[in-house]
Design a protein around this ligand. Structure first.
Ligand code: S0N
Length: 280
């Protein structure tokens, strides 16, 4: 992928990540290439902040998640600071020796974020890094991408989205194979299994990913929002239903019918809902 061909503009100061914008696209890059973009608690706090900013920014319509350099998207939790109950940060919790598993919050945040999130994968997407690409809505892979889980080898597992969403995405037998054997799979296999949407030469990865984002930017943001919530609703249980129902409420708020209820309350009169059809 090398250096970016695009004129990304920095949109925030972070230590472990880069957060940039370009014409309606936000790009969030895990910037720890010396450890193949493994995440530590600080990385996850920063990722959460950047995703929140991208969610709240009305100029952003699509979000790219990627890793710095050509060698890795993300290699999962930073094993050097893994303590006895999670990953030990440099904050007060970490100083008290209390670990965190805060990547789970990030996974949920990406699922619930009402804008499309695209994983742009060069090199390794391994362990918790593999789950991060999995929870993104789309994944574009470079030809050098490698996918896999390592949990049973390094003494961890993700039985949440890491197992269930993987099974939903590529089927139970293949998901179990990935977790039970801890093999690595090349980009073509990932494509054949439906784990990624496209495989492109490394040098085209960013251009292709931006092209996919621009195509989505040309489409209705509300329709994309409703579709994302609809796709996730069943798998996310009541939380998924809540997201979809919240989107329905958002749409209802925009109707004259809902606004009649609000106006009647403010004007201290009985609402006139007879003016609205009782639809078949
Ligand atoms: C990625 C791999 C395959 C790359 O191999 P390659 O290219 O041969 O490079 P290396 O020489 O191995 O690595 C280069 C340098 O980077 C360091 N490094 C790589 N990965 C990590 C890592 N994850 N943590 C810390 N350091 C890492 C290497 O040590 C090396 O450094 P130097 O040069 O100093 O020797 C290969 O590196 C690899 O297999 N990496 C480990 C992958 C792995 O096992 N990751 C952890 C898997 N587990 C998780 O991610 C936890 C899951 C999780 O997050 C979670 C799940 C459910 C509930 C909660 C949680 C939670 O923990 O929050």
């Amino acid at each position: 992928m090398g250096s970016s061909l695009f004129g990304w503009v920095s949109a925030g100061d972070f230590v472990d990540i880069k957060y940039e914008h370009l014409d309606g696209i936000a790009k969030i890059t895990i910037n720890r290439p010396e450890v193949r973009n493994a995440f530590r608690p600080q990385t996850l706090v920063e990722l959460a902040k950047a995703f929140e900013d991208a969610r709240n920014d009305p100029s952003v319509g699509a979000i790219i998640l990627t890793g710095e350099g050509d060698l890795a998207f993300c290699s999962g939790g930073d094993q050097r600071i893994r303590g006895e109950d999670g990953y030990i940060g440099s904050d007060e919790l970490g100083k008290a020796g209390i670990g965190r598993l805060n990547v789970l919050d990030l996974q949920v945040q990406i699922r619930r974020l009402p804008k499309p999130v695209v994983a742009m994968v060069a090199g390794y997407a391994i362990g918790g890094g593999h789950v991060l690409h999995l929870v993104c809505d789309l994944s574009i892979a470079a030809e050098n991408a490698k996918f896999g889980q390592t949990g049973p080898r390094v003494g961890s597992f993700d039985g949440g989205y890491g197992a269930s969403l993987l099974a939903r995405t590529i089927g139970l037998k293949r998901a179990k194979e990935i977790w039970f054997l801890c093999r690595q799979y090349d980009a073509q296999t990932a494509f054949d299994w439906g784990l990624v949407n496209a495989v492109v030469p490394l040098e085209n990865l960013e251009a292709e990913t931006v092209k996919w984002c621009r195509e989505m930017l040309d489409l209705s943001p509300l329709a994309l929002r409703m579709l994302k919530a609809s796709f996730n609703a069943a798998d996310d249980g009541l939380a998924g239903v809540q997201q979809l129902a919240g989107d329905a409420t958002l749409l209802f708020y925009m109707t004259e019918e809902a606004q009649e209820g609000r106006d009647a309350f403010k004007e201290k009169r009985k609402p006139d809902f007879d003016q609205f059809p009782r639809r078949p």
